[in-house]
Design a protein around this ligand. Structure first.
Ligand code: BES
Ligand code: ZN
Length: 877
């Protein structure tokens, strides 16, 4: 707790190498209910890189009960030989090199913060990134101290038959009183944030992978016994990831064993601990009966992401947490590329851009805006953001495009070879790109340092057979960064003629080019026979907000003919945004938009067979948040009326077409391939339009209700089952209550499905959902200590249900504030993450802004450091 004290700030500019290195760490963890003992034997030596040669050893610790300290075999006395300074252990006057043994007691059973060592459903597990290891033992808890770990775990053999840690198993055996032990040795030096330990009674799915050089790696996935049948997809994803990383990045796995453990209580999605990944059950378990297609895709990409960290993060790690994007941005780029190769590249690109534009852009334009490499932080947990991850991935993607595939591969090879076993910086990464390509990326590096979404305004003119494009870039001020310099912006483009064909742009007949902008304002000319339609920012070649005054004819041309998947999708989005703006601000009605949009939609439907998943993306209206972010001040109810009104109007106008799609795409039995997933996705979009029209009383609900009820009675898979439930419940169609009840009964023993059940209810549009959410919080299956459940109700209400969260009477805000207060006492990381849902405060119309501000201000006294940092940024912006 802060006790009114401001949080200490950590600054990149203050970085100093560690005073002491820890070449060797032996841990002995004795797990006993109520009194877990951790003994750490550390070999320490002075770091030659620290010229000032401090002789005081400072170790991080948190929530530790220190029992003894022994230095080179001599027990130290508290006060005289060492002292505790807040959470830190300080030993003055230590020698050049020495051994240190500390013994602490910890209480994993009481650890609801889920950092360090804790219990989840009867098993012990750990989460150490970013600064959780200090809750296990005293240690220099920073990523640039790499140590070789040997870990011995002792526990009751009946309750915890399985004892796991990083690396290879080297010893095991029975002990007195029905206990046993196991010792694991990790040959690769690693920072302590990659340490992991698991003890439990788990089922195992085992397989092997033979690496490119012919080594056999044992693969083991663990989950509760009842979930053993939900591990196949993760195993398959893992094997494909391992093969892909060999082929595409030349990266082979390095240990003889790779393990993943599924745990129910987990703050994040998953964690890349060396050789022993720990996953939120939601990101590893998958079965068609219980997991939607989106869930399957998520598992595939998270398994890949954490596996890829073995090289981008573990073998080459971060010097300090300011460099977080070095591993996260790069690894997100790698997992995106993997997903693109496993699925439809065009669809994956649009999904990734959609996510960036609708989630990272708002972050970058709000009170939490920060550079991909921040200059300072209070709690590093708050900087695992979409900016570090998604914008960071775009920065790596731009470099891969600037270098081209071959040079980029040479540059990443150089990076992995040069820095193997080291803790490095984003500058080190870019230096490899520069060295291989000969490019000067000095200006490019501003992408790492400068916060905010650049706005790229494009104007054009056609004179004397020349088409001139003028680009103007401007990055608005962000908190603490009033002035921005121009960035290096690669703009991939093509020019389409009246028939939508791309015109040749050079002598070789190439129809696509990349303009690399460096100045605030630049003009490029293209000799073409007539005024073209510009296809700009193809593939979303830079993470900028593009302003160009497209007319409707140009957008229709792009949507109909552009070969670039992003530009087609972007054209559709622009048509929808324009229609919605005419309703929100222009005094028109949703019905007024129908005549302009139906030809466009009919055309997409006519071609839907080519790629149903892409058609689904093209037919999806922007979210209420996306629309709201384009209107200032924000009137959430107005936006809600416009979006839901337009959906219903299009549902009515095109009812026959939606029915043909929905019926034609109905499957008789389940198929798990990508094509089948695409068809289900398009079918759900069609049903969504029909349900909106039925809910608004614009079409007869009866046939649709019959159709959805039939699906619910005999679903082929969870995508279909949940889709039908959502359509009924969100549109309050006849029978929705009974359907909810039946679904809740049917799935009461499947926590991940129950999360969906809670989520569907928390996202019913309308202010009265606040009362419903209150009731959900009182439901016997609701657990404040289970982050997935908290997210299912509160995060979805706050982030995905604007018409409820922004209830005119402020009840949504009061529920939000009460939930934050309660959570902050249980799990400050989760509370702080959730608090970001208040970041639109300053954009709200004054009446709502006042109410949300009041609710949040009340939370400041006594808030945890995590929550305080977020509240301060939102309230003081
Ligand atoms: N290293 C992170 C997990 C992590 C994040 C631990 C923050 C502690 C604090 C992991 O590699 C990760 O990035 N996980 C993501 C999923 C991934 C697919 C982007 C997550 O957990 O959301
Ligand atoms: Zn990661």
């Amino acid at each position: 707790m802060r006790d009114g004290q401001p949080n200490p700030v950590t600054r990149l500019a203050d970085y100093q190498p560690p005073a002491f290195l820890v070449p060797d760490t032996r841990l002995d963890v004795d797990l006993r209910d109520g009194e877990t003992r951790v003994t750490a034997h550390l070999k320490l030596e002075r770091n030659p890189a620290r010229a000032d040669r401090p002789d005081e050893l400072v170790l991080d610790g948190d929530h530790l009960d220190l029992r003894s300290v022994v230095l080179d075999g001599r027990e130290l006395a508290p006060g005289d030989d060492y002292r505790l300074d807040g959470p830190r252990l300080i030993i003055p006057g230590v020698p050049e090199a020495f051994s240190l043994t500390t013994e602490v007691r910890i209480e994993p059973e009481k650890n609801t913060a889920l950092e360090g060592l804790y219990r989840s459903n009867g098993m012990y597990c750990t989460q150490c990134e970013a600064e959780g290891f200090r809750r296990i033992t005293f240690f220099p808890d920073r990523p640039d101290v790499l140590s070789r770990f040997t870990t011995t775990i002792h526990a009751d053999k009946g309750a915890y038959p399985l004892l796991l840690s990083n690396g290879n198993p080297v010893d095991a055996g029975d002990e007195a009183d029905g206990r046993h032990f196991a010792t694991w040795e990790d040959p690769f030096p690693k920072p302590c944030y990659l340490f992991a330990l698991v003890a439990g009674d788990l089922a195992c799915l085992a397989d092997t992978f033979t690496t490119a050089s012919g080594r056999d790696v044992a693969l083991r996935l663990y989950a509760e016994h009842r979930d053993l049948d939900k591990l196949d997809h993760a195993m398959d994803s893992l094997k494909r990831s391992m093969a892909w990383d060999e082929k595409v990045f030349g990266r082979e796995y390095d240990l003889d064993i790779f393990q993943i453990v599924a745990v129910s209580h987990f703050n994040m999605g998953a964690m890349e601990n060396k050789g022993l990944n720990i996953f939120n059950t939601s990101c590893v378990l998958a079965h068609p009966a219980t997991t939607t297609d989106a869930g399957f895709e998520r598992v595939e990409s998270v398994v890949a992401h954490e596996y890829f960290h073995n090289w981008s993060g573990n073998r080459v790690t971060c010097r300090d947490w300011f460099q977080l994007s070095l591993k996260e941005g790069f690894t997100v780029f790698r997992d995106q590329e993997f997903s693109s190769d496993m699925n439809s590249r065009a669809v994956v690109r649009v999904e990734n851009v959609d996510f960036l534009v609708n989630h990272q852009f708002p972050e970058d334009q709000g009170p939490m805006a920060h550079p991909v490499r921040p200059a300072e932080y209070q709690k590093i947990d708050n900087f695992y953001t979409l900016t570090v991850y998604e914008k960071g991935a775009e920065i790596v993607r731009m470099q891969s495009q600037l270098l081209g595939a071959e040079d980029f591969r040479r540059a990443t090879d150089l990076y992995f070879e040069r820095f193997d076993g080291q803790a490095v910086t984003c500058d080190d990464f870019v230096a490899c790109m520069e060295q291989v390509s000969g490019l000067d990326l000095a200006q490019f590096k501003r992408w790492y340092a400068q916060a905010g979404t650049p706005v790229l305004t494009v104007e054009d003119e056609y004179v004397d057979g020349e088409y001139r494009l003028t680009f103007e870039q401007h990055t608005p001020p962000t908190p603490g960064q009033p002035d921005k310099a121009p960035l290096m912006v690669p703009v991939k483009l093509a020019l389409l003629d009246g028939e939508g064909r791309a015109l040749p742009l050079d002598d070789q007949g190439r129809t696509e080019t990349v303009v690399i902008l460096r100045e605030a304002r630049e003009t490029r000319a293209f000799p073409v026979p007539a005024r073209p339609t510009p296809s700009l920012l193809r593939g979303f070649s830079a993470p900028v907000s593009l302003r160009y005054d497209f007319d409707e004819r140009q957008l229709n041309t792009l949507l109909a003919h552009d070969s670039d998947g992003f530009c087609r999708w972007d054209a559709a989005q622009r048509l929808y945004f324009a229609a919605l703006a005419r309703v929100v601000d222009g005094g028109e009605t949703p019905a007024d938009q129908v005549a302009r949009l139906t030809p466009v939609i009919e055309q997409v439907i006519a071609r839907a067979d080519e790629d149903p998943a892409q058609a689904a993306l093209l037919l999806t209206l922007p979210t209420e948040n996306a629309v709201g972010d384009r209107h200032t001040p924000l009137h959430p109810q107005r936006v809600h009326a416009a979006v839901s009104g337009l959906r219903a109007a299009l549902g009515e106008a095109l009812a026959d077409a939606w029915w043909r799609l929905a019926e034609g795409l109905r499957e008789s039995d389940y198929q798990g391939d990508g094509a089948a997933m695409g068809r289900r996705r398009l079918r759900q979009v069609a049903l969504g339009y029909l349900a909106a029209a039925a809910g608004a009383g614009q079409v007869d609900p009866e046939p649709l209700v019959a159709h959805l009820s039939a699906t619910l009675a005999a679903p082929t898979c969870m995508t279909e089952e949940l889709g039908a439930l959502r359509a009924l419940v969100h549109n309050r169609l006849p029978g929705h209550d009974a359907a909810l009840k039946a679904f809740g009964e049917r799935w009461k023993d499947e926590p991940l499905v129950m999360d969906q059940w809670f989520g569907v209810q928390a996202t019913v549009p309308g202010a009265d959902t606040v009362d419903r959410a209150e009731a959900l919080l009182a439901h016997p299956a609701f657990e404040w200590t289970l982050p997935n459940r908290v997210r299912a109700v509160i995060a979805t209400l706050v982030n995905a249900n604007p018409s409820a969260f922004h209830a005119p009477d402020g009840s949504g805000y009061r529920l939000f504030a009460r939930a934050l207060k309660k959570l902050d006492g249980i799990n400050p990381q989760i509370a702080a993450r959730l608090a970001n849902g208040g970041a639109r405060l300053k954009r709200l119309e004054p009446g709502l802004a006042q109410q949300l501000g009041d609710a949040l201000r009340d939370l400041r006294p006594g808030a945890s450091a995590n929550l305080a940092e977020v509240l301060d940024r939102i309230l003081d912006a």
